[in-house]
Design a protein around this ligand. Structure first.
Ligand code: XMP
Length: 509
C-alpha cells in the first residue's frame, strides 16, 4: 500500500485515485500522521501532496525529519517536492516567474520516474515557489524554461520529486510517471482488484455480524444500493432495508428501486417501502424558503424512519453508505455550509443499535460503481447520476405541491430520455430539469396561456464543488423544449441555465 501524506493540496484525493488505478491500494492521511503509525501500516511508498503554503513559512506543515530515514521510497509533488528539498538541505525560494497551467517540460536525464516518458512533455504546474537548488545527492531530472528543477531524484534513497502535478489529467504522461513510481521504485505488484475487495468485504462482514440484525436506509442511490447488496450477499435476511418514498423522487424511481430490492428482485433481504408521499406534501404546504424546505424534508425522513425502526425493534448494526471522500473530508475537515445537506447522517440517534457499519468507507465513487458492477447490480442503478436527499423538493423553486412534482417529473424524464438518445449522458456530470416559480404568458393554438417555465441544467464537474455549464447541442435542447411544451401540461416555456458553480450552485435551492 501507498500512503498519500496530505499537506493541504487540492488534488490529494486524485493522487490516491490514480495510484489505485494502477491496482495499488492507497490511503490519504494528514501530514501529522505519526512515525509509529506509518511503521505499523508498513507502506511500500509515501507520496507527499502539494499544498498552499511556503515551506519556509513559520507555520507551514512539515512531516518529521525521520521520515526520510525509514528506508521507504518517497515521491514529493509540488509543495511536497519543495518540502523534500528544503528538509534535506536544498534551497526553496519565491520563483521569479510563477507557472500555472500547461507547461512544457524537458526531461534531462534517464530516470526511473520518466521511463517511457517523452523527452519533451507537457505537465500541469501551479506554483509560486520553486526549488532553487536541489539537495546534495540529488540529480536534476527535468526543467522548464523558468523552473530549473521541475523534477529531481536521489535513486540510492529512492526519493523522487516533481514540481508539476503528475496526478492531473493535463499532465499528459503523468500516469506513466506514477505507475513507474509505484511499480518500479516501490515494487508494488498491482494486485488490488475490485473482485477481491468485494469478496474479502463480504467475508469480513459475515464474520463481524455473525447472527446479528442489520438495518439500512436505502435511497436507491448508488452508494446505499451497493452497501445493501454487499450486506445482502453477506447476511441475507438478517438485513432489513427501509426505503422511504417521499414523493419527491424522479419519475418511476420508487418502483424501480422496489423492482430491484423488493420481494420480486434478485436479492435476499427484508425490504420495506414506506409510501410517505402525502405526509411530505402536507408538511411542505405553503413553505417557500429553501433552507426551511430542506429542514422539513430531512426531519420528516427521520420521523418516518424512527417509526419503522420502532416496529423493527433493536438492531445490532446500522449501515451507512459513507464513501472515502467523506472520510477524508471529515478527517481533515474544512468546509463552509452553503446548504444543509440532507442524508442519513442524522439517523443514529433515532435507532437503537450497537455499532455503525460503513462497508464502502475505503472506496472512491468510481470504485463504488465498479464494486456495484462486480456485484451484478443493474447498470442503470450503478451509473445513476447523483440525486440530492431532498429530491425534487429543491428542484421546485418555492412551494412544493403534488401538481408541481408531476410537472417536473415529466419534464425531467423527457430531458433524460433525449440526453440518453443523443448519447451524451455518460459525458455529463449531472443534468436535470427544475421547475422555476415563474409563470409567463404564452400562446397555444389560438389561446393565451399563463404557465410555468422549466429550467434545464447540465453541468460538467469532477468534484461537484465547482462546475461548468455543459454545452448541450442545440438540436438536443430544441427537441427537449419542443417535447416538454407539447407533452407536459402546465409548461409553456423552457430555459437553459448557463451558469457555472460558483456563482450558482448545481441545484436550485
Ligand atoms: P450544490 O447544489 O450544492 O450540489 O452545488 C452539489 C452536489 O450535491 C448534491 N446535493 C445533495 N446531495 N443531499 C445530498 O445527498 C443534499 O441535501 C444535497 N444537496 C445537493 C447535488 O445534487 C450535487 O450533486
Amino acid at each position: 500500500m501507498i500512503i498519500v501524506l496530505d499537506f493541504g493540496g487540492q488534488y490529494n484525493q486524485l493522487i490516491a485515485r490514480r495510484v489505485r488505478e494502477c491496482n495499488v491500494y492507497a490511503e490519504v492521511h494528514p501530514y501529522t500522521l505519526s512515525l509509529e503509525k506509518i511503521k505499523e501500516m508498513n507502506p511500500k511508498g509515501i507520496i507527499f501532496t502539494g499544498g498552499p503554503n511556503s515551506v519556509y513559512g513559520e507555520d507551514s506543515p512539515r512531516c518529521p525529519k525521520e521520515i526520510f530515514e525509514m528506508g521507504i521510497p518517497i515521491l514529493g509533488i509540488c509543495y511536497g517536492s519543495q518540502l523534500m528539498a528544503y528538509m534535506l538541505g536544498g534551497k526553496v525560494e519565491t520563483a521569479p516567474v510563477s507557472e500555472y497551467g500547461h507547461t512544457d517540460v524537458t526531461v534531462d536525464t534517464e530516470d526511473i520516474l520518466f521511463e517511457g516518458v517523452s523527452k519533451e512533455t507537457v505537465a500541469w504546474m501551479s506554483h509560486t515557489d520553486y526549488i532553487a537548488q536541489a539537495p546534495e545527492g540529488f540529480k536534476i531530472t527535468a526543467h522548464t524554461s523558468v523552473c530549473p528543477v521541475a523534477a529531481m531524484s536521489c535513486p540510492e534513497k529512492k526519493f523522487y520529486a516533481t514540481q508539476f502535478h503528475p496526478e492531473v489529467m493535463h499532465t499528459a504522461e503523468g500516469k506513466t510517471m506514477l505507475s513507474n513510481f509505484v511499480y518500479k521504485v516501490c515494487g508494488c505488484s498491482g494486485s488490488w482488484q475490485m473482485a477481491s475487495f468485494v469478496e474479502t468485504t463480504i467475508q469480513q462482514l459475515r464474520e463481524k455480524i455473525g447472527t446479528g440484525k442489520v438495518l439500512c436506509a436505502l435511497s436507491g442511490g448508488v452508494d446505499s444500493s451497493v452497501a445493501a447488496v454487499l450486506l445482502s450477499k453477506a447476511i441475507g435476511k438478517q438485513l432489513t432495508c427501509v426505503f422511504v418514498d417521499h414523493g419527491l423522487l424522479r419519475k418511476n424511481e420508487g418502483d424501480e428501486v422496489e423492482a430491484v430490492f423488493g420481494p420480486n428482485g434478485p436479492y435476499e433481504l427484508n425490504f420495506i417501502r414506506v409510501n410517505a408521499q402525502q405526509r411530505y406534501y402536507d408538511k411542505l404546504k405553503g413553505v417557500t424558503e429553501p433552507e426551511q424546505k430542506r429542514k422539513i424534508i430531512g426531519e420528516e425522513f427521520i420521523r418516518v424512519f424512527e417509526e419503522e425502526a420502532k416496529k423493527i425493534g433493536a438492531v445490532d448494526y446500522l449501515v451507512q453508505g459513507t464513501i472515502y471522500p467523506d472520510v477524508i473530508e471529515s478527517g481533515l475537515g474544512k468546509s463552509a455550509v452553503i446548504k444543509s445537506h440532507h442524508n442519513v447522517g442524522g439517523l443514529p440517534s433515532v435507532v437503537d443499535f450497537k455499532e455503525i457499519i460503513e462497508p464502502l468507507r475505503l472506496l472512491f465513487k468510481d470504485e463504488v460503481r465498479r464494486a456495484g458492477l462486480e456485484l451484478g447490480i443493474p447498470e442503470y442503478l450503478v451509473y445513476r447520476q447523483p440525486f440530492p436527499g431532498p429530491g425534487l423538493g429543491i428542484r421546485i423553486i418555492g412551494e412544493v405541491t403534488e401538481e408541481k412534482v408531476k410537472i417536473v417529473q415529466e419534464a425531467d424524464a423527457i430531458y433524460r430520455e433525449e440526453i440518453a438518445k443523443a448519447g451524451i449522458d455518460k459525458g455529463l456530470g449531472q443534468y436535470f430539469a427544475a421547475l422555476t416559480n415563474m409563470r409567463s404568458v404564452g400562446v397555444m393554438g389560438d389561446f393565451r396561456t399563463y404557465d410555468y417555465a422549466i429550467a434545464l441544467r447540465a453541468v460538467n464537474t469532477s468534484d461537484f464543488m465547482t462546475a461548468d455549464a455543459a454545452q448541450i447541442p442545440w438540436e438536443v435542447l430544441a427537441k427537449v423544449t419542443n417535447r416538454i411544451v407539447n407533452e407536459v401540461k402546465g409548461v409553456n416555456r423552457v430555459m437553459y441555465d448557463c451558469t457555472g458553480k460558483p456563482p450558482a450552485t448545481i441545484e436550485f435551492e
